[in-house]
Design a protein around this ligand. Sequence first.
Ligand SMILES: [Zn+2]
Ligand SMILES: [Zn+2]
Length: 333
Amino acid sequence: MLPFKTLQEAESAIGRSLTTAETIWFNYSANKSDYYLYCHNILFLFLIFSCVPLYYLFLEFFFRKSIQSYKIQPKVNLSLSDVFRCYKVVIRMFILVVGPLQLVSYPSVKMIGIRTSLPLPSLWVILLQLGTYFIVEDYTNYWIHRFLHCKWGYEKIHKVHHEYTAPIGFAAPYAHWLEVLILGIPSFLGPAIAPGHMITLWLWIAFRQIEAIETHSGYDLPWSITKYIPFYGGADYHDYHHYVGGQSQSNFASVFTYCDYIYGTDKVISVLWVFIFGLQVPFCNHTDSYTAASYLTGLSLSKEGPPAVKGASNANGEQNGGSATFAKDCKDD
Ligand SMILES: [Zn+2]
Ligand SMILES: [Zn+2]
């Protein structure tokens, strides 16, 4: 709630006329509590999750032939009832987990200094803060995601998110409830490090959600504006992670690609580690590098499993030489 009763009061407190955006914000928020404004995030999350994936469904339904070449796993086609089932599961999770989390997390938002007051931040400040939030989220999410691919983390928690080996937009938040809670930490860290205005927080939650939906859309659309963002992973990048499934030990990053490059878990680099340098990627299983080689070359390498590399083991902790589980053969060769 703003500490001004009229526009004139606000202008004399700031020492200048309000901009158009500030006038709109004053008219909208002057009599609303900060808690109420914060809870708008629940509505935004629901609307974005319900509407943005429809864009991809619309393209698939009306322009199937035109966009078929951009579909990452063209052999996989989910029925509308499958899509609706996914939507229902996520909405239930929103009601039982995400919504309540938003309702009770307000004190932490106040504590880190998210403000609703005037003046509004400039566009440059908003863009700088959003960029910071994405970088912080990407880095933290990378390590949590890697942890979730250890035997325990995968079996107990992360397996649910990997049920979709060919993801769709509605499957972006499809995950175990504990994963949803844990991955709230990377999303919160950015605003905690560089706290901004409530509008910036709204935009952050909205853009992060839209980005996750695009990444899971199953389409690598050439006209996507995200193609112009340096080091942006995108749908093709994350789709590979789902394609490999439970054995996946590469392409962990949620937004950008540089963490996977730096830590040797990019699918190309992981192949270089094993097949050129003869080394195992630190903390990773060797089987995935073999799958990556298969994927990149288009060759159907032997299903007997990867060639033995000293000290390497697969995701189940088995030493090489055992049978390797390969991803479903749903990629168009
Ligand atoms: Zn994963
Ligand atoms: Zn995913």
